[in-house]
Each structure stands twice: as C-alpha cells, then as structure tokens.
Design a protein around this ligand. Structure first.
Ligand code: 5AD
Ligand code: SF4
Length: 454
C-alpha cells in the first residue's frame, strides 16, 4: 500500500459515483469511496473527468429504475471522449436485473450486487483486462450468530456532522408491494462490537448525529443484543450527541423502545413509522401484519410518554384494489394521527413481488388524483402544526451556512424540523438553542436565544 502510494502519485485515477434512492444506498456509496480510495482512486463530482463511473441504483419504484437507464444513455457518449472510461452499475437494479443490464446497455462494463461492493478491487482488475463482469452473488445469510462481513474500515475522512450507520441489512417481511427482500436479501444483523466501533470512529471524526439504518431497523438482534440494548450502548458513548434510526416496522415497536425515547438522552424524539395504508383490508393485502387499531396503539405508546414527539410516515396510494372508500380511510388516518411529515407514493408494480400479480390494478390517473388530495391534506396539517411551534424553544444542530444575503444558518430540531436561523454566528456542527419566530412551507424560521432579543 505504502509502496504504491509514492509510485503512483501522478497516476491517481478518478471515480464519479452517482447515488439513487434511499439512505442505505448513500451509506453503501460512502463505503465504495473507502474501498476505492485504497485502490488509489480520488473522487470527482464531474463525470466528464472520470476514469471510472459507478451508478448505485434504486429499484423501489419503476420511476427510480427508469432514471438509471436514462443516465446510462447520457453517460454512453463519454466513452467516445475517453475510450478507457469504465462504467459500472451497482445496487438494487443491478441485483434485480443482473446480466440483462450488460445486454441492454452495451456501454456498461460491470454489474455488482448489493452484497458485492467489497469485491470492487477484484472486479476492476478484471474489467481493466477487457472482461465484462456481472457479480451479484449474495453472502450466505446464517440465522445463528448472523453477522454481516464487516463494514468497519478505518475512516480516512469525516463524513460530516450527520452520519449513517447500517446495523442490519435485508428484510424478512415480504410486504407484497416491495422489491427490497429480493434485491437486498433476508435480514442479517451486524455484530454489536463492530457497530460500537464504527460509532466511536464517526464521533471521533466529528459526527454529532448518527442515524442507524436498516430496512426493518428495530428487529435488530445479534449475539443476544436486541435493538433497545444496542441503543442503550450507543447512547452511553462519550460525546454521542444525537441518535436516530430509520426505518422501523410498527410490528416491532414496543414498550421498551418507547421507554428508550424517555430514558436515552441522545435519542431524538422523532420516529418514522411507516403506515402505508389506512384500510385494514389493504394492510392485510400488503402483508403489513398490523391493523389501524394496533397502529393507533403504537402511536400512543410514544405520545403518551412524550406528547411533543414528532412522527413521520410512508403512505402508498392506489395499491391494487384500493377503493375510493379505502383511500378515504388513509386520508382519515392522516387527519387523525396528524403526522409531522409524510412521504407518499403512487403504487408501482415491481417485478417478483406478490402484488404485481393482483388483479384490479388502479389507473395512473386515479393514483395521481389520490396522491394530490393526500398531499394537500397533509400540507394543511403541517401548516397548523408549524404555527403551534411558533414561540417554542428548540435545540438545533447546525448543518450548513446558506449563501444568501441574510446569512442564515440551517439545521434541524430534535424532532427533525428543518429550521433557518437568522442573525446567528454559530458554527456548523454546533448545537444551539433558538426560538421559533415563523414558518415557511417546508421549514421553520428562528432566532438564537442568546441574542436576548426576546
Ligand atoms: N410502490 C410504491 N411505493 C413503494 N414503497 C415501497 N415499494 C413501493 C412500491 N412498489 C414505498 C413504501 C416504503 C417506502 C420506502 O417506499 O412506502 O415504506
Ligand atoms: Fe420492504 Fe416491507 Fe421490508 Fe420495508 S418492511 S423493506 S416495505 S418488505
């Protein structure tokens, strides 16, 4: 390694990585960066100057998948400027489509699956000699002592003040609409020691907030450590300021986890609790394993303990067979729970899932109308809820300086509201107390408390 460094200094190659989709993909891309740096690659933000281009793809909805093929079309012409350019496709589309990507897009040199990012050095060697490679073999998923070949690398740089940390990967739930169990495989949890080691690394390199990642994050279990125990261990680390997690499944949200929100000082009082639909019949067809009644109980587990805790959710409209009345039930759930934010999607049929086989697919037109109604209803709720926050004092983690005339800083509350702070001379990464003085559509406006203007 050392020897190569001095020799190859003028031959540093450049890699351009474009990430599509969820935070798990963002996390995997960061890992690719670490792997490739060890191979003497530096990162570029300009595809035109790259020797290697990697698309880390998402296949959760058809639209996401189509974006990948359009991007490949655009990238193809770069090969005529630079014949040595190599193009790779990783992530969920790669895992799903395998060699058919190589057939469909001839400019692609290699395809690698969601378990294969650590095989990149070996793959790159092979493509350099002119081979086309498709490596999508999964690592074995053992049930006992189920560990993931470890992700922990010594960090070469800080990944900023907010970091993601994967604690599980894959999912055993098989929701009938979801492609993740087939693209990411069955669920495996990472060994707790490795998670703690990575968290310590992140904190020492400047992270103030760590968000634990997993497709069903709260079913984490490895070496007799369950999710709440893991949270307790992480909360006790020196200088752990803020802890979050996504995405939990309502079926695994219990009293112990609700208590953790009260007892663990770093655990932020916000939870993303994906509901998907407000109709029990549709929830059953989605294979979600809870009813609206149990979902409301889960919401109360949190709100009874912390009335100000914030909640966000995912909702799908136009699931096969969803009637107008059943869509109304989703609207009713949104009005009743009053989420602080929602991520709403039109149902998209995905290959290999149960729901693609269901008859009664809903037209695009109806899906669009339902989505619009849902978003309009939620916008009113957000406006009302944001207005209630005016006058409150909040702790903000400063994430960035905005280059506007007013020189505002932006950050988030513990409840995950985006806040723009006026006249504030704090630095990025600091925690400051502010008073909320107004709201915009997607954010709150605040002034620092220390200015004594109140
Ligand atoms: N169509 C629409 N939305 C989907 N999601 C997952 N699969 C689909 C699909 N086939 C949504 C769910 C999930 C979020 C990450 O994406 O709401 O919680
Ligand atoms: Fe997909 Fe359901 Fe697993 Fe979430 S819980 S990743 S929606 S199968």
């Amino acid at each position: 390694m050392e020897k190569n460094n001095s020799k190859n200094i003028e031959h540093v190659k450049k890699v351009y990585i474009k990430t599509f989709g969820c935070q798990m993909n963002e996390y995997d891309s960061e890992k690719m960066v670490e792997v490739l740096k060890k191979e003497n690659y530096s990162i570029t933000n300009h595809s035109i100057e790259a020797d290697l281009i990697i698309l880390n793809t998402c296949s959760i909805r058809e639209k996401a998948e189509n974006k990948v093929y359009s991007e490949l079309g655009r990238l193809r012409k770069l090969k005529s400027y630079n014949p040595n350019l190599k193009i790779g496709v990783g992530g969920c589309v790669a895992q799903q489509e395998k060699t058919s990507i190589l057939r469909r897009s001839t400019s692609v040199d290699f395809v690698f699956g969601t378990d294969n990012l650590f095989d990149l050095p070996e793959i790159i060697k092979k493509i350099t000699s002119g081979q086309k490679i498709c490596q999508t073999k999964r690592h074995p998923r053992q049930k006992i002592r189920n560990f993931i070949p470890d992700y922990t690398f010594k960090k070469t740089k800080s990944f900023g003040i907010k970091s993601f940390l994967a604690i599980t990967k894959g999912c055993n739930n098989n929701c009938s609409f979801c492609v993740v169990p087939s693209t990411r495989g069955g669920e495996v949890s990472r060994e707790p020691e490795n998670i703690i080691a990575e968290a310590k690394n992140l904190i020492s390199s400047g992270s103030k907030e760590i968000c634990l990642l997993g497709q069903n994050v709260n079913s984490y279990n490895a070496k007799d450590t369950n999710f709440v125990e893991l949270l307790k261990n992480l909360d006790s680390l020196k200088n752990m300021e803020r802890l979050r997690f996504i995405s939990p499944h309502p079926k695994d949200f219990n009293n112990d986890l609700a208590d953790a929100f009260v007892n663990l000082k770093s655990l932020c009082e916000h939870m993303h609790l994906p509901l998907q639909s407000g109709s029990n019949r549709i929830l059953n067809r989605m294979r979600r394993w809870y009813t609206m009644e149990t979902f409301y109980e889960k919401v109360n587990l949190l709100r009874d303990r912390i009335p100000t805790a914030t909640l966000s959710t995912d909702l799908i409209v136009g699931f096969p067979g969803e009637t107008d009345e059943e869509f109304e039930m989703t609207m009713e759930a949104v009005r009743k729970v009053r989420f602080d934010s929602i991520f709403s999607f039109k149902y998209s049929p995905r290959p290999g899932t149960q729901a693609i086989k269901y008859t009664e697919q809903i037209s695009e037109n109806i899906k669009s109308q339902r989505l619009k109604k849902l978003i309009e209803t939620q916008e009113k709720i957000i406006l009302e809820k944001n207005n209630i926050l005016i006058g409150s004092v909040q702790e903000i983690l400063i994430e960035r300086e905005n280059n506007n005339l007013e020189k505002t800083l932006s950050g988030r509350t513990r409840g995950n509201h985006m806040v723009n702070i006026e006249n504030c001379d704090a630095n990025v990464g600091e925690l400051v107390q502010v008073k909320i003085i107004g709201t915009n559509k997607n954010s709150l406006i605040a002034k620092p408390l220390s200015n004594n203007v109140f």
